[in-house]
Write a protein that binds this ligand. Structure first.
Ligand SMILES: [Zn+2]
Length: 260
């Protein structure tokens, strides 16, 4: 990373939705040296074709913004809430593979479980089956955990992941909370903490750091901004209370993990 001005990485957000709903925030992030990593999540997916079109549009936007001088990256993947009924698990590889040759694509995400249905597990597994290939390419996996039933679904996510050993180093499990992060870290994964009024608060972050200080270098903060924009990662970066750890949480750990 050459530009010494850039000292913040928002390790999970949705740049396409920010671009549509809050276009002024693109410049806001640029002015503050924030490098966004945009995870795939579409609003309306009816079929396989609309999912493919969405993923293409997301990639194109990231390229356009880079062309305009904004450093940004993306993950391409099938979110558990974006699974079209006509998608076969066998089609997943053909759908995602082309993006993995793109230097601005850092891997597959966001993937995971929302309700934990067999169908979600099938598509999650089909994406994890590409993990070995991702590892060879130096790319990673970005995994979503839901707001509802978080401890239970996080356990189910971890048990699906267990069938794909060897991916710990390239996998981040995101939206961790004080009650779910221990298990994620124990298993050797990176943990994402989403800071916003609807997810983790600064108090949650303090609690996590108090209990897991030895794993500080495996924790990454983000805002998951999209249709709603959150400034919390920037605020944490500026906060006196987190001065000792802010560079790890809002820059260094993501820089290393995503190999930027
Ligand atoms: Zn997200």
């Amino acid at each position: 990373m050459k530009n010494s001005e850039q000292k913040i990485i928002d390790s999970h957000l949705h740049l396409d939705h920010i671009h549509t709903k809050h276009p002024d925030r693109i410049r806001w992030m640029r002015e503050r040296g924030i490098i966004p990593i945009s995870w795939a999540f579409a609003m309306n997916i009816e079929n396989r074709e609309s999912l493919a079109a969405y993923l293409r549009t997301q990639a194109d936007l990231i390229h356009r913004l880079n062309g305009e001088g904004m450093k940004c990256f993306f993950l391409s993947g099938i979110h558990p809430r974006n699974i079209p009924p006509d998608l076969d698990a066998e089609d997943v590889k053909a759908l995602l593979s082309p993006f993995l040759d793109d230097p601005l694509c850092l891997g597959i995400g966001e993937i995971g479980l929302e309700l934990g249905s067999p169908r979600e597990k099938e598509i999650f597994s089909a994406q994890l089956a590409m993990g070995e290939h991702l590892r060879e390419k130096g790319k990673c996996l970005g995994v979503h955990t839901p707001r509802e039933n978080k401890p239970k679904i996080t356990r189910e996510i971890l048990s699906v992941l267990e069938k794909y050993p060897g991916l710990e180093e390239i996998t981040v499990i995101d939206h961790c909370m004080p009650e779910t992060i221990a298990r994620v870290l124990e298993k050797g994964y990176r943990a994402g903490v989403t800071l916003s009024p609807i997810k983790a608060s600064f108090r949650d972050a303090e609690e996590i750091l108090r209990r897991h200080s030895e794993d500080l270098n495996r924790i990454m903060c983000n805002t998951d901004s999209g249709t709603v924009f959150h400034e919390d990662v920037f605020r944490l970066h500026c906060s006196e209370d987190f001065r000792e750890v802010q560079s790890s949480l809002t820059f260094e750990n993501a820089l290393q993990f995503f190999r930027l």
